[in-house]
Design a protein around this ligand. Structure first.
Ligand code: IPM
Ligand code: MN
Length: 365
């Protein structure tokens, strides 16, 4: 049973997951993987239909799947009204917690063709390749919070337990061992107790991995270093909130937020989703970039189905399309001819074409 649950969510979520599903269907047919797809609601669209950003039915479907492909959640109607109690983002946070997805993997790679799409200078970016591991079910996102009755004070708490730090740190050390054996652990241990504990545990665990060079870095410095010299990083381990902020910043290293995939994993089924949001301003206009979702499908194949060769093929197909000069709006620059700027459906079709060419040439068949 190779069930994949698709949660398109809100905004551009539907358009981009459509292309993810097309790619997965194609790979499934080609390799007899026999994927079946089931759809569920999350976010604003779920609130509209059921009043709940994560209906019980959605969670149930996910629990019986091998993998979940998610689009994006969020809607502008909530942005200027913090008093609204039921919000789309709660659906995302609740599903992460319910499925125990404590490890959020965000690979940041520069596609050479896109160096000029970044706001950072090409010579600084060249060769950057960073793997972020963001803790996803703890920290200030899930600590005790509240607002006083008079509405004059509000608080959120950043908490980390030994177990929470150990399990994500272990994933980070393991990842570093498979890469360049360099691990930056990002915290704010000069101020926060939760960071002091974080640092202590990472230091202790480093004894088990003597080959891995561990560098502890404060979050403010890390944010600066990421832009100053991204090549110094290999694996970056960080907490929930710091990781949220750092990975959006890091998207500029790859050229665009429209290119960054992510995988959230734990002990059960994993969720694979683009890092970008629901982008309501461009929803339904056939201009969103589906590449981050398609790359998330590559992670899905690799991590949930052990189909690494097929996953690599997808990444290469995206690279081929970029090499051919095709762009969506977000990754075009002043030198891109208008005729090469494609819509969501057109660039999705190009990726499929490139994938077919690759698979026909490939020895894996
Ligand atoms: C992300 C998003 C979410 C987060 C929001 C939508 C709750 O920004 O996946 O990075 O903050 O984790
Ligand atoms: Mn974010």
């Amino acid at each position: 049973m190779n069930k994949i649950v698709v949660l398109p969510g809100d905004g551009i979520g539907e358009e981009v997951t459509d292309w993810g599903v097309k790619v997965l269907e194609y790979i499934g047919e080609r390799f007899g993987a026999d994927f079946t797809f089931e759809y569920g609601l999350i976010g604003h669209s779920a609130i509209k239909a059921t009043g709940d950003p994560l209906p019980a039915e959605t969670l149930l479907k996910c629990r019986s799947a091998k993998a979940v492909l998610l689009g994006a959640v969020g809607h502008p109607m909530y942005d200027n009204d913090p008093s609204i109690k039921v919000r789309p983002e709660q659906g995302l946070l609740r599903i992460r917690k319910a499925l125990g997805l404590y490890t959020n993997i965000r690979p940041i790679k520069i596609f050479d063709e896109l160096i000029s799409a970044s706001s950072i200078k090409a010579e600084i970016l060249h060769g950057s390749d960073i793997l972020f591991l963001r803790e996803l079910t703890g920290g200030i996102y899930f600590g005790n919070r509240g607002t006083t009755e008079d509405g004059l004070k509000a608080f959120d708490t950043m908490e980390y337990s030994r177990l929470e730090v150990e399990r994500i740190a272990e994933k980070a050390f393991e990842a570093a061992m498979k890469r360049n054996k360099k691990l930056h652990s990002v915290d704010k241990a000069n101020v926060l107790d939760s960071s002091k504990l974080w640092r202590k545990i990472v230091q202790e665990m480093s004894a088990k991995y003597p080959e891995v060079e561990v560098i502890h870095m404060y979050i403010d410095n890390a944010a600066m270093q990421l832009i100053r010299d991204p090549r110094q990083f290999d694996v970056v381990l960080t907490g929930n909130m710091f990781g949220d902020i750092l990975t959006d910043a890091a998207s500029q290293i790859s050229g665009s937020l429209g290119l960054l995939p992510s995988a959230s994993i734990g002990n059960e089924v994993g969720i694979f989703e683009p890092i970008h949001g629901s982008a309501p301003d461009i929803a339904g206009k056939n201009i969103a970039n589906p590449m981050a979702t398609i790359l998330s499908c590559a992670l899905l194949l690799d991590l949930a189905f052990d189909m690494k060769d097929e996953a690599d093929c997808i990444i290469k197909a995206i690279d081929d399309v970029l090499k051919d000069g095709f762009r969506t709006r977000d990754i075009a620059d002043e030198n891109t001819p208008k005729s090469m700027i494609l819509g969501t459906d057109e660039i999705g079709a190009e990726v499929m074409r490139a994938l077919e060419v690759r698979l026909n040439q490939s020895v894996m068949i």
